[in-house]
Design a protein around this ligand. Structure first.
Ligand code: SF4
Length: 141
């Protein structure tokens, strides 16, 4: 589907899973609702506190909750001051626009969460996109 769109010069968001519908996977939703409950708020690295944005183990299944079982205490770890992950995650900056990209910050020595995991925006751009000079790069410039 993506290749057909690319060849036709189209860029559309489409659902291609034949059994999917607008309500999603109802059985999976039931199981998630049974095991988890909504957190009032959660601090995401690079984004800060976002209300109703995360789950935790529900009271009914609390014996499996490591946070409760081991009485963990959350301690925030501030992002490196040079890191612009928040802006990258919000689409305000491109990874290569960060001054640390590919110099002080690499997959081997990441400064921010966007460079840590393989699906992070900075890591993906470092791995696959940093030498690209195709239409995507030109459009963004
Ligand atoms: S390149 Fe590194 S320092 Fe810059 S935004 Fe990405 S993760 Fe943060």
């Amino acid at each position: 589907m993506l290749l057909r769109q690319q060849n036709a010069g189209r860029h559309e968001s489409r659902r291609v899973h034949p059994r999917g519908d607008a309500r999603g996977h109802l059985r999976a939703q039931e199981l998630v609702a049974e095991v988890f409950e909504q957190r009032e708020t959660f601090e995401w690295r690079g984004l800060g506190e976002v209300p109703d944005s995360a789950l935790r183990i529900a009271s009914a299944t609390r014996k499996f909750d490591a946070e409760r079982r081991y009485s963990t205490v959350y301690r925030a770890v501030p992002d490196n001051k040079a890191c612009e992950c928040g802006a990258v995650l919000r689409g305000l900056r491109r990874p290569a626009e960060c001054r640390a990209f590919g110099t002080a910050c690499t997959p081997e020595m990441p400064l921010g969460s966007c460079m840590v995991s393989s699906e992070g925006a900075c890591r993906a751009h470092y791995t696959y996109g940093r030498f690209r000079t195709d239409r995507m790069t030109e459009v963004a410039a």
